[in-house]
Design a protein around this ligand. Structure first.
Ligand SMILES: NC(=O)c1ccc[n+]([C@@H]2O[C@H](COP(=O)([O-])OP(=O)(O)OC[C@H]3O[C@@H](n4cnc5c(N)ncnc54)[C@H](O)[C@@H]3O)[C@@H](O)[C@H]2O)c1
Length: 324
């Protein structure tokens, strides 16, 4: 008999079919308690779980006594209670590498659009404000040859450094938990403590995972030491930044502008003060959102679940030690 799994995200037909050749699949809309109650038998017998964005916590795991593997269609896994998974020997698979280049493209788009005010001035054209040759109130600031600071020099940070160094001649300054030899050798990236990166960068780009250590890592004190001309970019996770402090820093001119793909609360509430600031580019968490990359992530997550339920966790496993 095929193992049973729960699928809580729509997949392209070809991937759903691939999943169904290996497993008996129950498709559910989400992991809300009402849904879990409605499909109680399927959750009780499922050995695998595949989807994205929903919380996988102790309360859910209690409803899934047979669960052996979870597979998320993302690289970030802050929505999973990894300690609870480990305690039950449940492995967690994720999709690093397949989205790295696409997310780095999004970061570069945020750098460029914030500095050159692309969204703001395009809107002004649409409402008919371009009536004569433009003056300084339409100007942006240069990107090329400015110092790009990267906080969290991992896979995506490295791909961003490559674009900035070779494409835009930007000196790279970075902070991470350890030195990144490849970044230093290929892009002459310079390691600095957090304070140095904040103080000396023209663009401060955050590409950190959300952990207890990184929660609100960037707040009032950190914005205060950035250059007044600095542009702040976040495409890691929203809660890494204290959003109230960010709004104040933007309002008070402590920094010049911000480009954001992630927020403390998503979807970003329509009454968020960020949306009334002209110097903010706010994107709806589109880091990896291209047709090609979202397909590749879903395919990777399907293969990961097949591997994990066959005891193969050498690749793409967050907690291989949990494999029995
Ligand atoms: N906006 C999006 O759509 C999107 C898409 C993909 C990933 N992400 C986010 O980007 C994050 C990074 O992805 P990645 O593939 O580059 O991961 P990665 O694990 O390769 O890199 C993370 C880096 O952060 C560093 N780091 C962790 N904690 C730190 C701390 N306290 N201080 C300094 N550095 C610290 C690590 O040393 C590592 O260099 C993901 O965890 C995810 O949250 C967002």
């Amino acid at each position: 008999m095929k193992p049973s799994i729960i699928l809580y995200k729509a997949l392209p037909d070809v991937l759903q079919q691939r999943l169904e050749t290996h497993f008996s699949v129950t498709r559910v809309p989400d992991l809300k308690p009402e849904t879990v109650a409605q499909f109680a038998d399927a959750f009780a017998s499922a050995q695998g779980l595949l989807g994205s964005s929903e919380k996988v916590d102790q309360a859910l795991l209690e409803k899934m006594p047979q669960l052996r593997a979870t597979s998320t269609i993302s690289v970030g896994y802050d929505n999973f209670d990894v300690d609870a998974l480990n305690a039950r020997n449940i492995v967690l698979m994720h999709t690093p590498t397949v989205l790295t280049e696409t997310v780095a493209d999004t970061l570069m788009a945020l750098v460029l659009s914030s500095a050159r005010r692309v969204v703001e001035v395009a809107e002004r054209v649409k409402v008919g404000e371009w009536t004569s040759s433009i003056g300084p109130d339409w100007f942006g600031v240069d990107v090329h040859h400015k110092t790009l600071g990267i906080i969290g020099m991992g896979r995506i940070g490295l791909a961003l450094a490559q674009r900035a160094h070779f494409g835009f001649g930007m000196p790279i300054l970075y902070n991470a938990r350890r030195h990144h030899t490849e970044a230093e050798e290929r892009f002459q990236a310079r390691y600095g403590d957090l304070e140095t990166v904040l103080k000396e960068s023209d663009f401060v780009c955050v590409v950190l995972p959300l952990t207890e250590e990184t929660h609100h890592l960037i707040g009032e004190k950190q914005f205060a030491i950035m250059k007044k001309s600095a542009i702040f970019i976040n495409a890691g996770r929203g809660p890494v930044v204290d959003e109230t402090a960010l709004v104040e820093a933007l309002r008070n001119g402590e920094i010049l502008a911000a480009g954001l793909d992630v927020f403390e609360k998503e979807p970003l509430p329509i009454d968020s003060p960020l949306l009334s600031l002209p110097n903010v580019v706010a994107l709806p968490h589109i880091g990896s959102a291209t047709h090609e990359t979202r397909y590749n992530m879903a395919a990777c997550a399907v293969d990961n679940l097949i591997d994990a339920l066959n005891g193969k966790v050498e690749k793409n496993c967050v907690n291989p030690q949990a494999a029995r």
